[in-house]
Design a protein around this ligand. Structure first.
Ligand code: SF4
Ligand code: SF4
Length: 74
């Protein structure tokens, strides 16, 4: 049987570390990189993809279009 799971791409060059996506995700999927980017931000990373429902709220709320959520075959 075909099974879909969420996959998240984060364009760290576009991310300004504003935290909106981390706050909006009720599943605690997203977190912060330990390193600071060239622009002085701590970009977002995916910490718990297994808990992602694929609701795309983070993608919709990111003001910099830095997140893309897809459903892919397992
Ligand atoms: S909402 Fe967008 S710009 Fe803000 S921290 Fe998340 S990915 Fe980065
Ligand atoms: S798609 Fe939904 S559950 Fe997954 S990281 Fe974004 S806000 Fe969280």
């Amino acid at each position: 049987m075909r099974s879909l799971v969420a996959h998240i791409e984060i364009n760290q060059a576009w991310c300004k570390g504003c935290q909106i996506c981390v706050e909006i995700c009720s599943r605690g999927v997203l977190g912060y990189a330990t390193d600071v980017s060239d622009k002085g931000f701590r970009p977002i990373i995916v910490e718990k993809i297994e808990d992602c429902t694929g609701c795309i709220m983070c993608e919709l709320m990111c003001p910099d279009l830095a997140i893309t959520v897809e459903k892919v075959e397992k």
